[in-house]
Structure formats: structure tokens, C-alpha cells
Design a protein around this ligand. Sequence first.
Ligand SMILES: [Zn+2]
Length: 472
Amino acid sequence: MTAVPRAALEHAHASASHASAYPASASPASRPPASGDPTWSAQHYDLELHCDVAVNRLEGVARIVGRAAGDLDALELDLVGLAATAVTIDGAPAAWTQHPERLELRPAAPIPAGASFAIEVAYGGSPAPRATPWGEVGWRHRGEGAIAAADAGAAPTWYPCNDRLSDRATLRIRITAEQRCRAIATGALVEETTDAGRTARTFVTRAPTAPARTSLHLGRYLRGAATRAAVPLVAYVPSALGPRALGDLAVVPRMLACFVERFGRYPFDDYTIVVAPDALERPRESLAGAVLRADRVDGSPAAERPLAHLLAHQWFGAGVGGADLQHRWLDDGLARYAEWLWSEAAGDASTDALAHEHHELLADSPQDFALTDPPPELLVDDRIGHRGALLVHALRVALGDLPFFALLQAWAAQHAHGPVTTDDFRRLAGAHARAGTSLDALLDAWLLDPALPPLPSRARRGRGERARLRGR
Ligand SMILES: [Zn+2]
């Protein structure tokens, strides 16, 4: 890392790794976007995008294959800050109404329940971020680049979609932009052609994904690849940082091996890390990918935590993932816990020590919401992931290591690529408890009660505690 002064890095890490204050959440002034239309589900998105990065202009055609849940005489797509110019459904022109955050479409004839249909929307404009209770999300244009990082509510700032976490579809994105701007989108790069100073790149996903886990980056990036890893690992760093920044990601293949051992097979074909040239408020995971802030990637041990967190989200989040934001603790609790597992595996602080450290932090913080019912403005609050990780640790103490890791592997495998709920997790955890024991009291305390339960210690766990667990 060459561009950022070391002192600035240390300061950033000090404030990031000890989230002692659990900073006040984003202003709840704006309501959560009423995203998604449950009357239909998307099966596939085919996006043809033309971008003039220099002037922040996007023209697109989105072809969406959908299936009707019930009889449909109207349906909605999320689209924010961009305007539709033509809409067809099954090849016939469809009427549409443009609302500030969605398009309402009316097919020429009603679509019967269960039927598949094809929507085509031509659209365009100057894409921009949108305000949500969890901060500004979506397309950001900066000089010679643009970033649409994966986030809840972000996708409609660059393509029309059914923006529900439980609505997963496959994706093909073909993006044409100025040759000097490299496009990096969710999916595997399958084709690249240059003509008259503009480069077209095509990305395809094999696994279905929610719009909230899709991303697009445009800008000057250097590309690096790890050759000796369980799956192909690709990294992009801003050209301005130089190739040394790629070396700061050298730990990722070892991390991948560590997590494959603990969580089971990696759920996708590859993994792509993008180091963003300008400040994102927080790193984000996407399907088979992640984006990090340039000033948080420097090869130091502190910088490994977000790398571990994001990589673990491929199993928990992008793979098996909460069906809506109320189940977010599942994805983030497991990803946080993975940070602690990596720390221990790398010879740093143990999971038990980290659990106690975070328990103390949480004990000193407000305990004013239940893990499964956080208010919308707290959906990105660190307390959710930290309390979720403590729950995971408490579960490990109650189950013992072998059943605990069997549970994590079963969770990742049985629900691969599927949306899940807290109840799904409770059922599977219960199936891994010793015969005659129940996890209900433990899970109820951690999930439903705002007050922080005491943390059982692995080291201090003795016969008395085992008997108590068994007796429940
Ligand atoms: Zn996370």
C-alpha cells in the first residue's frame, strides 16, 4: 500500500477494530424503501448496459424472466433515479407508470398464476445513490470511475429489479464503457471485446442471487490472481495504488482453506475482491465477491478481520442467506464469528478471548432491541453481528465442537443458494443437540430478549454446566 500514510491507517484500524462506542446509527429520517413485489419472482436478469463514465450516463435494456405467484394484471419493478423509455411484456408493448422508486407495469392481458413471462425495459439516465435508513446506498460516480456496491436497496439505482432478499435469480450483465475504464460486475467474466475505444465485458452467474448481492465497478484497476487456491481468486486494486497493494491480499488463499475446513465446500466457482479507490463507509459482500476500502487493506493483522468477514459471507449470506433483513443476524453473526475463527487459526486471539471481549463491549452498550427484531435504522448496526457471533459461540459451548461444526457445514450445504429464516436455523441447531437436551432456552434468551445473556466460557465449562444444559 503506497498511497495512504501509515499513521492514517493505524488510526483507522484503531477506531474500526474497537467499536467501543457502537456509533449512533444512521438517521432514521427516511423510511426503509418498500422494496420488491411479492406477487411475482424473477428467474433471470439479462442486462445490456452502456455507460459513459466520464459524464455519468447509463443507458440500459433489462430483460427479465419472471414467474407469477398469483394472477397478475399489474406488477412492479424497483427502479430509482432512472427513467424507463419503453416496456414490453412477452413481446407486446405494456403500459407503465413511473413512480419515484418503482415502475408499475400493466400487461396487455392478465398473466395467470404460475405462468412465466418476459419483461423488457429500456431505461436510462444519470445514476445516483439513494438514501435509506441504513445510509446512502447504490451508484456513486467519482471522476473517472463509478461504484455500485452490493447493499440492501442498491441495485435499483442501476437496473430495474424485484429487490427482495428472498428473490434470487441468475444474471448476465454485458457492460460497454470507455476502454480505459475496466468494468467489474457480479459473475464470471466470460467475454471481452474492444471496438472503437469502447470495451464490452460480459459477466454470468451460475448460482442465483438477490439483487442486493450484485455489484458493478468501473474505473482504472490492476488485476491480480492467485494461482494456488481452492478456487480461482481474482483481485482488483486501483491502478493508483500500484501492484504492491495486490500483495496485501496474499492471506486470502490461506483463509479460504481455513474456512473450507470449517464450513465445507466453497459455494461458488470463484471469488473476486475489489479494493475501492474511494471511501466506502463499510466493506460489502456480493455473490462470489467483496469490496473493501483501500485504506483498510494493508497486509496488517488488523486488516485481516474484514477480509475474513467478507469471505465467510460467501457461505453465510451469499450462499445460505437470510430471507429478509430481520434474519440478518444469521449471516452477520456467522461472518463475525468467522473473524474470530480466523484469528484463532492464525495464532492470534482465541475465539473464547474475543467472545469475552465483545461480550464486555455489548454489556456496556444499550440493549434496546431483540436480535430478530431490530428497527430498520439499526439494520447495519454492529451490535447485530456481534451479538449474533456471541450467540454462535454460546451455541458452540452448548453443543461441543464436533456437533457445532457439523451444524455449520449442514447449514451451508442443506440450504445452499436458498433464502432462510431464523426458524430454519433453530430447527437445524436443535437437530444437532444431544438427545434429550433442548436449545430453546439458550436461543430464546439470545434471540428474543433485548437483555444480554451471560456468556458461557469454553475454558471454564465444567461438569456442572454440562449437567445444567442437559437438564433443560
Ligand atoms: Zn457482514
